[in-house]
Write a protein that binds this ligand. Structure first.
Ligand code: SAM
Length: 339
């Protein structure tokens, strides 16, 4: 059982151990699926990977490293069939149809994707950002929460929040096709009680997006893994962070309260280059966003989720919680993240 920190969705550190103990069940279920579906280990993720059998990325939160494995059908190295991140198991729909009723008792423990191969989890490098965000999410408790997935893409973070017990989810993206995939992914797995709202809009249309968001007095979490990619996207995580006070002020009668913020998608270097080159502009975006979080009155947590390539940092995901004493006076409080 994961226990929620009184102030937000983040558990106390010792709960990390409990969250990871869920992985034991995931490991045995994974072994079973691998054996019965005849899967083979996926080759390494980087084209010039000198060790094709090795998955050189590792994902950690504090001292805890999560298992990260990808398995493919023996028909080809790109035929992703199963991906494991600690307690999370994602399987392709065909696994379900192949193994049929034998897997029925495991229905709630596997996240079934209609097209795992076409999902972000099968995209070289890009998946690392998503998986890092998930690494942070595993240590959050979404039970009964409302979640806003900003730049939802194919909805994998929403899927994890749903499995973590989220009551409702707003998905925002400007890409209609991505949202269709997100809904298909959620529909395949969600129980009847999960409410989802699809907001197909441009985040730059702040007031329009705000108008469409769910107003609820349930604790709200905002997830954003857009990162800072000015050459690709015209918005960044900072735009999502700035939504916090706007959303809270938009419906005083409902008392909307953002209790948890999660930011991911930061490109902190090219660790496969000799010595690991860090891109200063990218690193600045990470710290600028933490400063932006402070301005909202939320408090960034010291522990971040990290992805390393061969031991060198590639990306990081931060979380922040509402302060127990409310927003007042919080602007001056400094809080350095650990790195
Ligand atoms: C890096 S992807 C993250 C996808 C997903 N959340 C994940 O972690 O796998 C960023 C997403 O932000 C969306 N996006 C980019 N600019 C946007 C904008 N101006 N308004 C809304 N969504 C936007 C993209 O369409 C894309 O799906």
């Amino acid at each position: 059982m994961r226990r929620r920190n009184r102030r937000g969705g983040l558990p106390e550190d010792h709960v990390v151990v409990n969250a990871l103990s869920d992985s034991t069940n995931a490991h045995s279920l994974k072994r079973r699926v691998v054996r019965e579906a005849g899967l083979v280990r996926a080759p390494g993720p980087v084209r010039d990977d000198p060790r094709p059998e090795g998955e050189l990325f590792t994902f950690s939160y504090g001292a805890a490293e999560l298992a990260w494995e990808r398995w493919v059908f023996d028909s080809g190295p790109d035929e992703l069939a199963l991906a494991q991140l600690g307690p999370l198991l994602f399987v392709d729909e065909t696994i379900w149809s192949t193994l049929g009723s034998a897997l029925n008792p495991e229905r709630g423990r596997l996240l079934v994707l209609p097209d795992l191969k076409g999902s972000t989890l099968n995209q070289v490098r890009r998946r690392i950002f998503t998986v890092t965000a998930m690494t942070a999410m595993i240590h959050c408790d979404f039970k009964g929460w409302h979640v806003v997935d900003v730049g939802a893409g194919d909805g994998l973070l929403s899927l994890v929040a749903a499995q973590g017990g989220a009551a409702s989810i707003d998905l925002i993206d400007s890409d209609a096709q991505a949202l269709e995939l997100a809904v298909a992914n959620l529909d395949r797995n969600r129980g009847s009680s999960l409410g989802i709202r699809v907001i197909h809009d441009d985040l730059r249309n702040t007031s329009g997006v705000l108008r469409q968001l769910t107003r609820t007095s349930r604790p709200t979490a905002i997830l954003t893994s857009i990162g800072s990619w000015p050459e690709i996207y015209d918005v960044t995580n900072a735009d999502a962070i700035r939504m916090v006070p706007l959303l809270e002020a938009s419906a005083p009668a409902v008392r909307v309260r953002v209790e948890l913020l999660l930011g991911a998608g930061y490109y902190l270097g090219e660790p496969w280059e000799e010595g690991g080159r860090r891109w200063s502009a990218r690193v600045e975006a990470f710290f600028d966003d933490l400063a932006e979080v402070q301005r909202t009155g939320m408090e960034t947590c010291g522990t971040t989720a990290k992805a390393k390539y061969n031991g060198v940092l590639f990306t990081e995901a931060w979380t922040a919680t509402a302060r127990s004493g409310g927003r007042a006076g919080s602007r001056s409080a400094g809080h350095e993240p650990t790195s």
